[in-house]
Design a protein around this ligand. Structure first.
Ligand SMILES: Cc1ncc(C[n+]2csc(CCOP(=O)(O)OP(=O)(O)O)c2C)c(N)n1
Length: 712
């Protein structure tokens, strides 16, 4: 087994190999934070090494070390000086966070799972974030490698928006920096972000910490030859620097150069620094089988700490000042550890809080979204204007987007083909001409990029309304969507990202297919933290979309294709200020014998079916499935004793199953018949009209099921 870190004695570099000091850096501060990070890793790893099976005295539940990556990160952090700079970090980024203001106590409390810290014990202690009113901030990271990239592009684009559109001078010269290991550059997120940053010339720095290993996999598996800087040499609009992250002078020179380049508005840069990974990948990994002792020993020869000492002593600090610094670090770390250990365990009674914004959040607002004062100014009205003209669904959505773009300068609308063309469904037609290319714009073809960018923009305080061209094409964005939903909860309300995602789907006018006609809304009802709106008509579309755009929570807004393609959902325009609170169903018609619950385009077939039976059916258009109006459904079923749920999503584990389960539990004694569901069977949407008609509930099949249930 390799010797423990404390027993290792790396050879200091020869004096004449040491570079001249770069006086523009606060080297004492860099040394302090490097040593603090190292001492924290020491403290955590020492306990990990003493593990037998499940240790009683474990210091952290899940340990990740930054040992070896530390010095270079502290150098980089010293260049993040602008109030609107943001870093998008990963699990080895604690040295950067410490340099930006994370206290040692909080730094320990997070992996210890104690109260406070990054997440109040909800998330792994290295899944970091750092809100700071005066900046810079560290954006909330996620556990998925690669997911840190596209939100950073969102922040970078927000910088240009504040600077150029809102003319806010305080954003001039700000940058975003995204950190990742050399394995993370193989992810979709990296490439999506690189495309956005280089095509839009965003103020974004890619900082690649290349330790040659992605857990056990060598860098040559992530990019040919193992050097992303070399492979990207001919990429357009990208300044590239490639250096040794254990060499303080070289690291400082490169960090300074790339940050200055990005700040000056010349577009993105990529800095790749080679660093040794001086620990296992994480606490549970023992490196056995994939690393030899000789290789580990060789890495220890590259330890940046002795190199930093050789660089600074005696040019900046005397030997005794360095020793004093080490003693100070020891004291501070020991004090921080004691304080963190003395903290209480997180309060389990609060575990359900912050899935959505809570009313008391207004007193301690999360970082992200519109300021509360602006949200208040845009309060809206729940009264609809009866005199409005008759509008088709697409026109209603367009008009609502137009109106919100007019009254809310923070709002931006984007997606594939959304700009010049006005969207493949023409919903955004004319909006770019009216509001400009900075506010209504086309994106690269990357759904991960569209949603990740939206998240970054929302964290920066903008109101992004993203279009996914068809429901099925949200698949590549699933990671960003899921992470966006849980973001407020994961950070214990330190951050939020209220975005709106418009998503057309469902069957079209007589057409379908597995790609353009997917409904599958239940996925978003299951994804925690999302509001899911499924309007059936123009008036509801206006009210729900406006409510979503003014909401402190993220919302999926489903635009049904058949409603976009026909006049089925036409209704009177309810007014420029009309909002429908999410989670309120509409009782479309009262009845006493059976409750029919449905949403989206099925509402129209249900209306026809009910009329044809002549039965006394209470028809409920749910309008949103997350949150869903349980109270309205329960009240109705308690009255009628019978319930039929109709939806277009497939049967097994569709949202109807959730409603049925709630009714079985909460209205069991009031039921006169089993709760029934009529849905698309468990087959993908077919193409030929005859096949489509076979699988979709029709007015006739709904009517038959109503009759059947009434006889039960
Ligand atoms: C999407 C995703 N896939 C796999 C993992 C598991 N995983 C965690 S870290 C890691 C290796 C990442 O290596 P690299 O990006 O080089 O960073 P390093 O750990 O070397 O600093 C893997 C595969 C994950 N967290 N997320």
């Amino acid at each position: 087994m390799p010797a423990p870190p404390s027993a290792r004695k790396p050879t200091p570099p020869p004096r004449d190999a040491v570079d001249p000091i770069d006086p523009r850096f606060d080297w004492r501060k860099i040394a302090y934070h490097t040593l603090v990070s190292r001492a924290m890793d020491d403290a955590e790893e020492a306990t990990n090494r003493n593990r037998t099976s499940v240790p009683k005295d474990h210091l952290v539940l899940y340990q990740f070390s930054a040992r070896g990556h530390d010095m270079a990160q502290c150098v980089l952090a010293s260049r993040l000086t602008h109030a609107h700079d943001a870093a998008s970090a990963y699990y080895r980024s604690r040295p950067l966070l410490l340099s930006l203001g994370l206290t040692i106590e909080d730094g320990f409390a997070s992996p210890l799972g104690r109260s406070g810290g990054f997440s109040d014990g909800r998330d792994i202690g290295v899944v970091c974030n750092f809100p700071c009113a005066d900046g810079p901030i560290v954006m909330p990271m996620s556990g998925d490698v690669g997911s840190q990239f596209t939100p950073a592009a969102g922040w970078a684009q927000a910088i240009t928006y504040y600077r150029d559109v809102l003319k806010d001078r305080s954003w001039r010269g700000a940058i975003a920096v995204v950190l990742g290991g050399e394995a993370s550059i193989a992810t979709n997120g990296f490439w999506s972000c690189l495309t956005m940053a280089t095509t839009l010339k965003l103020p974004l720095l890619f900082y690649v910490e290349d330790n040659g290993l992605g857990i056990s996999v060598r860098g040559g598996m992530q990019t040919p030859g193992g050097n992303i800087a070399a492979n990207l040499a001919s990429f357009g609009n990208l300044l590239i620097r490639d250096g040794d992250g254990t060499n303080p002078g070289q690291t400082a020179a490169f960090a300074d150069e790339v940050v200055a380049h990005v700040r000056s508005g010349n577009g993105p840069a990529l800095l790749r620094l080679t660093v040794p990974r001086l620990s296992s990948h994480s606490g549970p990994d023992n490196q056995k089988g994939y690393r030899s002792d000789a290789e580990i020993a060789q890495d220890w020869e590259r330890d940046p700490v002795p190199k930093l000492k050789a660089y600074l002593v005696p040019a900046v600090l005397s030997e005794s000042e360095w020793a004093a610094l080490e003693r100070q670090v020891e004291r501070d770390v020991s004090f921080g550890l004691t304080a963190a250990r003395a903290r209480n365990a997180p309060d389990a009674t609060g575990i359900r809080k912050h899935i959505y914004a809570e009313s008391e959040d207004a007193e301690r607002p999360a970082f992200g979204g519109m300021p509360a004062s602006e949200r208040k100014r845009l309060a809206g009205s729940t009264t609809s204007k009866e005199s409005g003209e008759q509008l088709r669904f697409a026109e209603a959505v367009r008009r609502t987007l137009d109106q919100e773009l007019t009254v809310n300068p923070r709002l931006v609308v984007f997606g594939e083909d959304v700009g010049v063309k006005g969207g493949v469904h023409l919903v955004t037609e004319g909006l770019q001409r009216k509001h400009g290319v900075a506010r209504v714009f086309d994106t690269s073809l990357s759904e991960e990029g569209i949603i990740g960018r939206a998240v970054g923009m929302a964290i920066a305080g903008l109101v992004p309304v993203a279009e996914i061209q068809f429901r099925k094409y949200a698949d590549p964005a699933a990671e960003q969507l899921n992470n966006c939903g849980t973001l407020r909860w994961r950070t214990a309300n330190r951050f939020c990202a209220p975005i709106v995602v418009r998503m057309p789907g469902g069957f079209g006018k007589d057409v379908g297919d597995p790609w353009h006609s997917l409904s599958a809304e239940v996925q978003w009802a299951h994804a925690i933290g999302w509001q899911v709106a499924m309007p059936s008509n123009s008036a509801d579309a206006v009210g729900l979309l406006r409510a979503a755009m003014r909401s402190p929570n993220p919302t999926i807004f489903f635009e049904h294709r058949s409603l976009l393609m026909t006049s089925d959902g036409s209704a009177r325009y309810p007014g420029d200020d009309y909002v429908i609170p999410l989670g309120t169903a509409r009782v479309m018609r009262e009845g006493s014998d059976l409750t029919l619950v449905t949403w989206g385009a099925m509402v129209h077939r249900a209306v026809e079916a009910v009329a044809s039976t002549g039965a006394s059916v209470e028809l409920i258009d749910l309008r949103t499935i997350a949150p869903w109006d349980k109270a309205a459904v329960l009240a109705s079923v308690r009255k009628t004793g019978r319930c039929l749920i109709v939806h277009e999503d497939t049967m097994t584990a569709g949202f109807g199953a959730e409603i049925a389960a709630v009714l079985a539990r909460e209205a069991f004694w009031e039921l006169d018949a089993p709760v029934d569901r009529l849905c698309v069977e468990d087959v993908p949407m077919p193409y030929h009209p005859d096949l489509l008609a076979t699988v979709l509930p029709s007015a006739e099949s709904i009517a038959t099921r109503i009759r059947h249930l009434l006889e039960a």
